[in-house]
Ligand binder design. Structure first.
Ligand SMILES: Nc1ncnc2c1ncn2[C@@H]1O[C@H](COP(=O)(O)OP(=O)(O)OP(=O)(O)O)[C@@H](O)[C@H]1O
Length: 277
């Protein structure tokens, strides 16, 4: 298309006109848009014609039996796995299939894996400090050298994660739940627009689960959060909208009550428990 012709398209927003501080365009609603995505491993379709949208600020839970494609879906969003076909957009401006993993992370998509990977010898504060820096090999600054906004952000994140009283303790002595919150906190230091969280409550006590529910629901509205979780009690406690994946596609979507009463979902989960028996 010629430059003149493209400039005359009044409905198009050009990159140079977009505000620099808000690179993700969510004016049309979704922050994540996946359409007809398919991924095969040796001919087996782990993701099969998957279409899914997540709205800006939404907290979405993804459930589904083992092998449904949940992890693969996260891998596609973060650029770890390339689909064979389909579209994946972050807002309306960023085609994630043209970007590599570091570029996608820089754009504001953070991922929390199931196992916590905090720096055990460093304090909670230092872990958060390190999360702000690009070069993770260097602990950058002493407390005194942090600028005001950076220190404020660490304080904010310490409050959000309930770790304010632990700030000086080495991460290695924290409980499993506290380590998980610290790692979520480390992701939050970068102010991600979309946070992908994989099985956050595996191995947690009831109390830790409650605290995690508060943390994740507290993020909604400010960040978009996608939570993959097997623990149905936990999903029920945080869920607004639930997507059920099965054989690489969306089987059902709706409130927790709607999906739990959906005969297709019941059949899939009953099938799974019979296999396990
Ligand atoms: N790299 C790979 N090579 C071959 N097959 C794979 C690969 N990654 C995933 N699969 C297969 O794709 C399917 C979907 O796997 P995936 O891990 O995405 O499911 P899941 O819903 O996350 O399962 P779980 O709840 O058990 O973690 C499974 O059958 C899995 O064996």
């Amino acid at each position: 298309m010629s430059l003149i012709k493209s400039l005359s398209q009044r409905d198009r927003v050009f990159d140079f006109m977009a505000p620099a501080e808000s690179p993700v365009d969510v004016r049309h609603g979704p922050i994540l848009y996946m359409e007809d995505v398919t991924v095969s491993f040796d001919g087996f379709k782990a993701i099969n014609d998957l279409s899914l949208t997540v709205d800006d600020g939404e907290l979405r839970c993804i459930i589904g039996p083992n092998g449904a494609g949940k992890t693969t879906m996260m891998d596609i969003i973060t650029g770890k796995t390339r689909p064979d076909q389909g579209q994946v957009w972050f807002g309306t401006r960023h085609n994630l299939l043209t970007m590599n993993e570091p570029e996608i992370a820089t754009l504001g998509i953070g991922r929390k894996f199931q196992k916590p990977t905090v720096f055990e010898a460093l304090s909670v504060f230092e872990n958060l400090e390190l999360a702000m820096t690009a070069d993770k090999r260097v602990l950058p600054t002493l407390f005194a050298r942090l600028d005001g906004p950076a220190r404020e952000r660490i304080d904010e994140v310490l409050e959000m994660t309930g770790l304010a009283e632990q700030r000086r303790r080495p991460a290695g002595v924290l409980s499993h739940g506290q380590k998980q919150w610290l790692e979520i906190g480390m992701l939050l230091m970068q102010r991600p627009r979309l946070l992908l969280v994989d099985e956050p409550v595996a191995g947690m006590t009831e109390q830790e689960m409650e605290r995690t529910a508060e943390l994740l629901t507290g993020l909604a509205g400010k960040q978009s959060v996608v939570v993959v979780e097997h623990d149905m009690g936990f999903v029920r406690s945080i869920a607004r909208k639930v997507t059920v994946l099965h054989q690489g596609s969306v089987l059902a979507e709706g409130s927790m009550d709607e999906v739990q009463n959906d005969p297709r979902v019941i059949e899939v989960y009953l099938g799974e428990s019979e296999e396990a028996a």
